[in-house]
Design a protein around this ligand. Structure first.
Ligand SMILES: [Zn+2]
Length: 366
């Protein structure tokens, strides 16, 4: 899998080379989509064409699914799933974008990590709403709609959802432990047993690490009175929740209601997205991907992980138990930060190695 669409380019962003130029400078291809996700798309197509040229016949059927709405709704990936279902196709495994051969993935860990997403958080949107009398701003009352909404928001802000370390993250720590600084090695190697300590340490390590351990809630949109001299009769807040594997949308709504503790604040689900099921990281399909990583990127440590962002592949969990998210490209921290931002670029050698990865994967199918 890959996707054809890209996010827009901010014309004011200081791109070093034209965002739509695909120019080659300093051994890299520069432009929007080189990493997300046209690079992967072209690498897959190139690998397949090379194999076809050689008359190679894979040991299993291979389906290519390229979405065109990944950055918005993912609708076309859903349609691809419908088409496969109609044809009675139940994939053995699915491989989409997601992880990468990531350098500087963890502070203190030297080798790059070949991170393969085995699950992704669900995206759920809630609305908090308070209705009141409204009226003239010259005669306000205490506890109007806006004040109650504000109290609800500040309660939510003070009460994050409980944290824990999910199984794929424990496995990640187990695998990188041998490469960790000596002081951290025992904690990582015994992550399973020391799970509560580890989850507290991650929460303390900052917002990115904390997001690895729990469902996050972000209050994003706010609306109330249309005019500064009018007291709002309705106040609304949008809450974007990223649902962690192990949590459910129901549990999130429960947490929000219990935390707000105010019947005057209604909580409704605008869009429900559950975390995807966890794909196995200890069977043949994962090992196949792992061995292709080891062959093409011998410097990297392959490992499962929990993806924070959403991909088209979430639709395929309806017809497949083994859904993996990995782009076979080396990416530095700066390159990962350039995704959806500016200066997105893919090394030429890294692109070529990505093609080799897909060739290898298709050749090794049994
Ligand atoms: Zn993408």
């Amino acid at each position: 899998m890959a996707h054809l669409d890209v996010v827009p380019v901010d014309e004011d962003a200081p791109w070093r080379h034209p965002a739509w130029g695909a120019e080659i400078h300093d051994g890299a291809i520069w432009g929007r989509g080189t990493l997300d996700d046209k690079g992967q798309l072209v690498a897959i197509a190139e690998a397949v064409e090379r194999l076809l040229e050689r008359g190679f016949v894979p040991a299993q059927d291979v389906w290519l699914s390229f979405g065109s709405t990944e950055e918005v709704s993912g609708e076309t990936a859903g349609l691809a799933v419908d088409a496969l279902r109609e044809r009675g196709v139940a994939p053995w495994f699915v491989l989409d974008e997601g992880g990468a051969v990531a350098a500087q993935a963890f502070p203190g860990i030297d080798p790059p990590l070949g991170v393969v997403g085995v699950t992704e958080k669900g995206v759920t949107n809630l609305e908090l709403r308070v209705d009141g009398r409204g009226g003239h701003a010259s005669t306000p009352t205490r506890g109007d709609a806006v004040a109650r909404l504000a109290r609800a928001i500040s309660r939510l802000d003070r009460s994050p959802m409980p944290s824990s370390v999910p199984a794929p993250t424990l496995e990640l720590f187990r695998r990188i432990a041998p490469h960790a600084p000596a002081a951290l090695r025992p904690l990582m190697a015994n992550a399973r047993r020391l799970q509560p300590i580890l989850s507290r340490a991650l929460v303390a390590a900052g917002p990115e690490a904390a997001a690895m351990t729990r469902t996050t809630l972000a209050v994003t949109t706010l609306s109330a009175s249309p005019a500064v001299n009018v007291i709002a009769s309705t106040a609304r807040a949008g809450v974007n929740a990223r649902v962690m594997v192990g949590d459910t949308v129901d549990a999130v709504v429960d947490h929000v209601r219990r935390t707000i503790k105010d019947d005057g604040v209604s909580v409704s689900v605008l869009e429900a997205g559950e975390a995807t099921p966890v794909s196995p990281h200890d069977d043949d399909a994962f090992r196949l991907i792992e061995s292709a990583i080891e062959a093409v990127f011998p410097e990297a440590v392959p490992t499962p992980y929990v993806m924070m962002a959403a991909t088209d592949s979430r639709f395929f969990t309806a017809i497949c138990d083994r859904v993996y998210r990995f782009a076979p490209f080396r990416m530095t921290k700066a390159q990962r930060e350039a995704i959806h931002s500016y200066d997105e670029h893919l090394g030429v050698e890294d692109f070529l190695d990505g093609i080799t990865f897909y060739e290898r994967l298709l050749e090794d199918l049994r």
